[in-house]
Write a new protein. Structure first.
Length: 363
């Protein structure tokens, strides 16, 4: 069942009560559309502006364009819900493509060491590690003097960042200092590492520390069958934490300059696929789907775009992926046509030769 919420009267499913509670803080775009009908190209298009793997990801472009705000943490981090099935996720989705490798996303794991090899081996002290890195840096600089390859300098930067992360990552990933009321707001899963709830809270902590771009992935939405059982479960896992993140950022005064985006690579047909209940599902549908945005200059409490009566095509204010990228970059202070990188003889950008600013999304 769907009911209206907020000043704009947006329609929200009964499966998303917590998202409905932030209706006046978000902009729901109902008319997004894309060009891909399969997951691999679809997610790649959403993340990189191209259906073919190899281009820099959105987070890498922002790292390249905006730089780092905290020298002790990566400017681009990735958190994936642990133990989920569904379509696989490849590292190209947070890769830097042809941009310098220091702009690629750093994957945080749900483990004692969120980043691999974060701790020193037994018997290796901090001073010993620092001495080793100093000597290694000298060797790299000697190599760079003979062969001035930018990737040699990137390697030096990687080693230095890794050393600084050894002291900063344990602090930023330790949730023990969070008040109980904050933990409760994200839901019962928040204390289980690797859940979507824990990752949402972790995202807020990383944003507080100046990490530019935090990407959360939650898999297993590919409901070609068993929709009545699977969809409520996925919504329950994500609804409360996502809404709590927006509320948490808002009460801390961070929402004005933090942009939250919730969505997927394409939509689903409004008609059934497969057999009768309880096994029915729905097929991939690129012609129209929804996403929501909060903070960062977005028009709060609004609904953008409209589809036909059957939810098959957009009929008003269609929002293409390239326009989506162009608008998000504008909100983050970047002109999507001017942020370019020369590769193989020509300038490239996230939106390639496409994209336009959608002013109807702006507050």
């Amino acid at each position: 069942k769907f009911t209206q919420h907020g000043q704009a009267g947006g329609w929200f499913s009964e499966l998303l009560p917590h998202t409905a509670s932030i209706a006046d803080d978000i902009c729901v775009a109902r008319s997004m559309f894309t060009e891909s009908i399969n997951h691999g190209p679809g997610v790649t298009f959403f993340q990189t502006g191209s259906q073919i793997a190899g281009r820099p990801s959105f987070g890498s472009w922002l790292s390249y364009g905006l730089g780092a705000e905290n020298a002790n943490l990566p400017s681009f981090t990735v958190l994936i819900t642990k133990g989920k099935g569904g379509q696989p996720l490849g590292s190209h989705l947070w890769g830097s493509g042809f941009l310098p490798t220091k702009h690629q996303g750093v994957l945080f794991r749900a483990a004692k060491d969120p980043v691999l090899y974060l701790g020193n081996p037994a018997g290796v002290s901090v001073d010993s590690r620092r001495l080793m890195l100093d000597r290694l840096k000298e060797l790299h600089e000697h190599q760079f003097a003979a062969t001035p390859d930018v990737e040699i300098q990137n390697r030096i930067d990687h080693y230095e960042m890794a050393f600084r992360m050894q002291s900063c990552i344990p602090e930023v990933t330790d949730l023990s200092d969070e008040p109980q009321h904050v933990l409760d707001s994200y839901g019962p899963d928040v204390k289980t590492p690797g859940t979507f709830a824990a990752n949402c809270l972790q995202a807020r902590r990383l944003a507080e520390k100046g990490v530019r771009f935090i990407q959360l992935y939650h898999q297993d939405w590919d409901h070609h069958g068993g929709l009545p059982g699977a969809l409520p479960k996925l919504c329950k896992e994500t609804d409360q934490p996502a809404a709590a993140l927006v509320k948490d950022l808002k009460q801390r005064g961070m929402l004005d300059d933090t942009l939250v985006v919730w969505g997927g690579e394409f939509g689903r047909t409004s008609y059934c696929q497969g057999k009768i209940q309880p096994n029915f599902g729905r097929d991939h549908h690129p012609r129209c789907f929804s996403a929501w945005f909060a903070g960062g200059g977005i028009k709060a409490g609004s609904v953008y775009g409209e589809t036909d009566d059957f939810g098959y095509n957009t009929v008003k204010d269609g929002l293409h992926i390239h326009d989506f990228h162009a608008t998000l970059m504008h909100l983050l202070g970047i002109d999507h046509e001017r942020l370019t990188y020369k590769f193989q003889g020509r300038g490239y950008r996230l939106t390639d030769v496409h994209g336009k600013l959608v002013k109807g999304l702006l507050g």
